[in-house]
Ligand binder design. Structure first.
Ligand code: SF4
Ligand code: SF4
Length: 97
């Protein structure tokens, strides 16, 4: 499979496939730059369980999680703004193999 920009230049999407919950600081930068609603911010309880932010549960910290992984277009914007180096991306070329 080959991927191209609008005018036909080679372009290899880098899809977001995971976010390390231990490293993520929940800053929200990746969410702001993503135009595809791939991620959502959640709370992490003391027991290590994911909870919605509007729940009353005690939240230890906030983390970004994948919400709709299949919507990712692999633009790489989230990787550029992440200060915690907690995201893993996968090249579309390797996924097409
Ligand atoms: S690579 Fe682009 S589309 Fe995919 S999650 Fe990151 S910002 Fe969103
Ligand atoms: S930019 Fe990085 S540290 Fe900030 S919420 Fe996104 S994944 Fe977490």
């Amino acid at each position: 499979m080959s991927f191209q920009t609008r005018d036909g230049r080679d372009w290899i999407p880098q899809y977001l496939i995971s976010i390390d919950p231990k490293k993520c600081i929940g800053c929200g930068r990746c969410f702001k730059v993503c135009g595809r609603a791939v991620m959502t911010l959640k709370g992490l309880s003391e027991d290590g369980e994911l909870v919605n932010l509007d729940d009353d549960d005690e939240i230890e910290k906030k983390i970004m999680v994948l919400n709709d992984q299949g919507a990712c277009v692999g633009c790489g914007a989230c990787a550029r703004v992440c200060p915690a180096n907690c995201q893993t991306h996968s090249s579309a070329e390797s996924e097409a193999d």
